[in-house]
Design a protein around this ligand. Sequence first.
Ligand code: ADP
Ligand code: MG
Length: 708
Amino acid sequence: MLTLASEVQYIKGVGPARARILAAKGILTVEDLLYYVPRRYEDRRHPRTAAEVQPGETATVVGVVRAVRAYQTRRRQLNVFEVELSEGVRRLRCRWFNSDYLKKILAEGQILALYGQVEDDSSPGSWRGTDLQMVHPQYEILSGEEAGPGGASLEVERIVPIYETAGSGRLTSRFFRRLVYSVLDQLGTVDDPLPACVREELRLPHRWEALAKTHFPDPDSDPAALASFRSAHQFRLIFEEFFFLQTGAAVKRRRARTAPGIAFRITDAVREKIKSILPFHPTEAQKRVLKEIAADMTAPHPMNRLLQGDVGSGKTIVALQAAVIAIENGCQVAVMAPTEILAVQHFLYFRRLLGQSGYQVALLTSAATPGEKTKLKRLIGEGLVHVTIGTHALIEEDVEFRALGLVVVDEQHRFGVLQRLRLMQKGRWPDVLVMTATPIPRTLALTLYGELEVSVIDQMPPGRQPIATRHVSDSRAAEVYEFVRKQVASGRQAYIVYPLVEESEKADLKSAVEMHDRLSRDTFPEFRVGLLHGRLPADEKDGVMSEFKAGRIQVLVATTVVEVGVDVPNAAVMVIEHAERFGLLQLHQLRGRVGRGARKSYCILVSSGPLTDEARARLGVLTRTQDGFEIAETDLSLRGPGEFFGTRQSGIPAFRIADLVRDRDILELARREATKLVEQTPPGPETAELVRYVREHWSRRYGLVMVG
Ligand code: ADP
Ligand code: MG
């Protein structure tokens, strides 16, 4: 008896070889297979012949192959494979270039369904207005040995599901269609884990019906709704996927809110202290955010808050204010940063502002000698250090705090959830503030940080000027360097950044090192040109950074290690080489290294070689806007969620059907519904059942860690 949990390899027609290909797609069980939904549909309810289609439309044409031929084009010597379908005087030729393998697949006499754009055939000897062509249409052979399961035609006279092929085409769309059909046939029915109350309220179809009809839509379905993934059945499956994820997040939020935590007290003395430390007036946004944080901190439960704000919006100072609250209440603070450079910088910033109040600020990174570390750890353990700033070194097992009350994690997406938890466990339910300079589109924030409350600093400190941003080709490098020279000669400083793509780290490193040699020797012999990259020993990195900060290095050649948080207000020019190789957000972050002072700053994006349309669009966005959220939304829609945070581990769940760009409205709905159900007091009978289901399926479905 087939169930949802049955392994696909035992389904008739699968076997070990195909099972391996399916496994590579994440399809191990019948359930996985059923959630492998069609990518699109072809409306073959009234299949049209070659005589019935018009140039300019994208259509499915069904017909008999009258002739096939293979030849070479004269001018460009391309191999062409051609299939001809004729209907009356109308001739339709389908052409594929450099696709010789088709010779073995397509043959005269077959009945084909071809999907693609229909055009006038402009090749020599064809009749304008009569002869049509399709270039690289998708094809499906309709005539064939095997009849569809149960004698039903799955391929014509219906709305036909089209699946993504697997194993480099070895498992075809037709294979999936037939497999799913036979599985649905054998399966009978399945349970619905979605609570009945939610289903009723939103009038969602039962899971079984949703699955069956997403694969095989009713004949009267609306093809437009199907194409936009908004049929009632698709909607239900997308909703379900978000709903379970948001249920997990809501459970975590509820748990955090009811857990015992530290209720910090904010007295007038604490307020005075905070004021005396601030070197400037906070912006309205900073004030609002600090209020939100203070409210969390005074509540007797742990704070779980994400602080978002564009580069330079002034997050660090808000974290510092929160630190003062904790310290004045007799607690210690830990600040974890993703890189050595950033940790050092936070350290200097905190020490400069807090040192005058007699607070002890310490830096703990892997760069410290064992002796220094031991000593520091002892001081931390005795509670003599008020603020400890560090990298991953902070979560090492032997780092113990006497009274850790506040944890600040910078650039959270560089850390996994587990690392954050390990740091939290060094205290007894400390308050947690997660900071990110990555403007995370709301859909992603809800998905990744669904269990956190969110604060946003959406305002820049006063006096900032827009950064003039231009995109040029590297044929104009000499001009760019000339511009850098002028700026530096007038007392400003410049960054020249090279990409460091993870896969080819070595080669790229070489380019940064070589360019540093060239630039310092030939291009800017009159300036001091520094080099900064991730492979330098820590003390050398620190040395270069502090020389740059002090203005003794005027031009800094760097890899993306300068991407996050580096703060040198006198730097006015950011040149990014091979800009086409960076992601939008990364470029935005890099650009944020300049424009931090009151004077005019510049960002020059230098690209090499021909650009793809996508790359051109990406660079264009940056020259147009400086709004981080707009840039982030664009990045998300251009590259999709998987690529959003670049190649680094990002913890974005692998959705099976849902799409964070397309389905944001459904995500919001699912979040509201999940929260309502989880927060219900007293909990309804269905809630416990739901929570159990989510716990059991969490890691398998979302590839995430379910904690609590
Ligand atoms: P972020 O961490 O959000 O990138 P920072 O906290 O590093 O931003 O602040 C960027 C710069 O702006 C720092 O030099 C900081 O001292 C300054 N700054 C922050 N808030 C203000 C403010 N309200 N008024 C003036 N300058 C500010
Ligand atoms: Mg910062």
